[in-house]
Ligand binder design. Sequence first.
Ligand SMILES: Nc1ncnc2c1ncn2[C@@H]1O[C@H](COP(=O)(O)OP(=O)(O)O)[C@@H](O)[C@H]1O
Ligand SMILES: [Mg+2]
Length: 363
Amino acid sequence: MSELAGNRSAGPGETLLQVCDLAVTFPSADGAVRAVRGVDYTLRRGEVLGIVGESGSGKSVTSMAVMGLLPNTARITGSVMFDGRDLLTLSEQQLNTVRGNRIAMIFQDPMTSLNPVYTIGAQIAEAVRAHRDVGKAQALERAVELLRTVRIPNPEQQAGSYPHQLSGGMRQRVVIAIAMANDPDVIIADEPTTALDVTVQAQVLEALQAAQAETGAAMVLITHDLGVIAGQADRVMVMYAGKLVEVGSVEDIFYTPAMPYTLGLLGSLPRLDQQLERLTPIPGSPPSVVNMPPGCPFSPRCPLSTAVCDETEPGLEPIGDDHRAACHHSSKVSGVRPDEMFDASGVDTEALGEFVDAAEGRS
Ligand SMILES: Nc1ncnc2c1ncn2[C@@H]1O[C@H](COP(=O)(O)OP(=O)(O)O)[C@@H](O)[C@H]1O
Ligand SMILES: [Mg+2]
């Protein structure tokens, strides 16, 4: 068994961010939308934590709650400890100093973070000057250096470009450069490559990796695509219907998944040779998080489901060292291939192995 994230195994550092029993509910005419239902996690200095799950599983709301970016209608409980303070109790003004400075956020659409009327060089230089006592010329020099770090070609000339003159992938690299200029402790990247095509995705992930390595920041990388996590994360949290359903090292998640849903996500990785074709999609779709029935929310889609699954929602239970899964039948998941669990007649399952190899850079 080889390491998927071997180049970054620096070992666990100190705890930077500690999220405890975080829950978020939105009122709606049909009843409470239980977007996040009790999430716990710890982010350590220098590590990359992946959050993965299908659309609607609560990944963004979890992070927006951490950043204090949810609308006032949201009911938030639990705690988010950062630097000795519970972020959930801070005023808007106090949060403003944390956001951007200590915790940087990168969204799917880079234009939400860029100002269309300033050149990208000016925008990065401004972030530099907010943190370092340097003159304009020096700040611009640093901006060019940062553009080079995120692999923008001809950074001296490109510094004079406006956001609209750049492609989506280039813009996302600029956002990453601004995040770096702020020298954050934590970078939260929410689907940073989802809007980009596959080759550009890889380049932006590389830029993120460079940013993380240079700043030493911890990173939370949110994606619906386990493929994005493979080459990046140290640890992975799998979310479903507002809860964590499996947590482990990237090796645990890829090689010994213990929750059928995780296996399903592995099975639906895109094939390398045919970008559009997925291996084994998970049948059905995620449940509504309004008026949820009791039991495991994945039960209606789960081939292992039995009576107990519809009666009691399983909690996260230890599977191994730092590996936990929420499944009444986790022992039956080990060693099973995605196509054996979910129907996939005539599908080439070797492609999964190829995919993991490629993510490790071994192919
Ligand atoms: N502002 C909001 N008001 C009401 N419901 C919301 C709001 N934002 C998100 N939701 C709901 O919360 C759930 C989780 O959403 P989200 O965290 O965005 O999912 P993900 O990022 O995993 O795709 C979804 O059911 C979504 O419809
Ligand atoms: Mg989202």
